[in-house]
Write a protein that binds this ligand. Structure first.
Ligand code: 4AD
Ligand code: MG
Length: 436
């Protein structure tokens, strides 16, 4: 903790520590109204809101006049006494003796009335101040913190992976390409390949950073820039990989339920479905899923990739997240280990979130044999020059290893029960949108 005497600001979220004391709060006008010679100001500082009472006789004529000039989102500091009042929202209010106005805001474009999505997205830099957006991003923060705490407390090391890379990881159709002083570089689709090198150096590693995919369509679950946490574990098979994934999700959801009740209430999230997120999760093979889909009336052939309707149908059959494992090798990435019992399958898994949310995690056991991997890289037409270092890992102490990637924004979308992932990242990058 930084000692209070070094700081300019007392935070609203800490106000109960200052009962009956004089404080100065710095913030913005959330709301203000007057009743005769008394002013009521709802002050927002980013950590909470508090009611401030401004009495004309206490602050004087001039200050009361300047209070009257305040518009929504004007910035100001208030000094006064913290008073307990059980009728005030939050249980405390400020009896103000001084107001210092920093800027009287121009007419604020976002008002309590309904606005269209396009308008709000164009004003994303301001929209972030709204109660609902604030709640979602607080939950996003909690999920990031819980994820890191989970891995940190299980002897993982956070090892960062590069964003500029010559390597294709998840197929050539979604690459963002950039010029790199005469060479071709891509923005990382995943940190996984480097995560594998890190796992052989650290045993258990995770990387957690932005990843990029040039998705040329607008959907509710695709961003062009999204955050992914990717554990990679040496001496790990597909079964253990699934245990890590379910224990991590259980930990994250329980943490959000414990620490973010207030935000979940703002979002009117029914938490009964979240309470059920307890390991173990059901494990169903891809082939069993195909049978389920056929029984459900889907015209779906073995070998196809699940789209959003298929994933939604499967996930709605269960009351908790579900693993789908052993996909056809033809639809999965070159690095996945083949099923020793059936060459047509890979030792891969996805986690589908409940309530119809679909895939939030993709992972697999990796191909650990040099010659087999070399064959796959060639078969996919990938450049051997760029993959030499990755093949090296299979030459110098190769071991079975596995990992997965969890899409942060999809996880936030599900936990908050939102209809679109655009609200789960401060500044979403989507097809057709680069600003703000
Ligand atoms: O299933 P994916 O493509 O797997 C990988 O990238 C592996 N290399 C991860 C690993 O094993 N280390 O992506 C993983 C997750 C998906 O399940 C999804 O949650 C998210 O990343 N994701 C996206 N999220 C938002 N927008 C997109 N365009 C996404 N593409 C994938
Ligand atoms: Mg996937």
């Amino acid at each position: 903790m930084v000692e209070k005497e070094h700081l300019n600001t007392t935070l609203i979220c800490r106000i109960q520590e200052h009962a009956n004391q004089s404080v100065t709060l710095n913030g913005w006008v959330y709301n203000s109204r007057r009743s005769g010679k008394i002013g009521f100001l709802l002050l927002r500082d980013g950590t909470g809101t508090i009611q401030c009472i401004i009495v004309k006789n206490d602050v004087g004529e001039d200050q009361f006049e300047s209070f009257k000039s305040l518009t929504q989102e004007s910035s100001l500091s208030v000094s006064g006494t913290v008073v307990e009042n059980e009728r005030a929202p939050g249980g405390f209010e400020i009896q103000v003796n001084t107001l210092t106005i920093h800027q009287v805001s121009e007419e604020y474009p976002i008002t309590p009335k309904e606005h269209g999505t396009e308008f709000l997205m164009n004003n994303r830099h301001l929209w972030l101040r709204s109660k609902r957006q604030h709640a979602i991003l607080k939950i996003r923060h909690e999920i990031i913190k819980a994820t890191r705490d989970f891995f940190d407390s299980n002897d993982f090391t956070l090892v960062d992976t590069p964003i500029l890379t010559p390597n294709v990881c998840e197929g050539t159709t979604t690459l963002f390409e950039t010029e790199y002083f005469g060479q071709r570089a891509f923005l990382a689709q995943s940190g996984q390949l480097y995560g594998e090198a890190n796992a052989f150096a650290f045993g258990r590693q995770y990387n957690f950073g932005p990843t990029f995919r040039a998705e040329k369509s607008k959907t509710r679950r695709h961003l062009l820039e999204f955050w992914m946490v990717e554990p990679e574990i040496a001496y790990c098979d597909l079964d253990e990989d699934m245990v890590w994934a379910e224990k991590m999700l259980e930990f994250i959801v329980q943490r959000v339920l414990e620490n973010r009740k207030f935000e979940l209430e703002i979002l009117e999230r029914d938490t009964s479905m979240l309470e059920k997120v307890k390991a173990p999760f059901p494990r169903i093979s891809y082939t069993e899923c195909v049978d389920m889909l056929k029984e459900g009336g889907f015209d779906f052939q073995w070998g196809g990739d699940f789209g959003s309707p298929e994933e939604t149908y499967i996930s709605e059959k269960f009351d908790r997240p579900v693993f789908v494992h052993r996909f056809p090798s033809a639809i999965k990435a070159f690095y996945m280990k083949r099923d020793p019992e059936n060459e047509d399958l890979v030792m891969g898994m996805d986690v589908l979130a409940p309530e119809g949310y679909g895939e939030i995690i993709g992972g697999s056991e990796r191909e650990a044999d040099h010659d087999t991997l070399l064959k796959r890289i060639n078969a996919d037409g990938l450049s051997l020059d760029d993959f030499q270092w990755y093949l090296d890992l299979r030459k110098y102490g190769s071991v079975p290893h596995a990992g997965f990637g969890m899409g942060l924004e999809r996880t936030v979308t599900w936990i908050c029960k939102l209809s679109h992932l655009r609200e789960t990242i401060p500044f979403p990058r989507m097809y057709g949108r680069l600003r703000p």
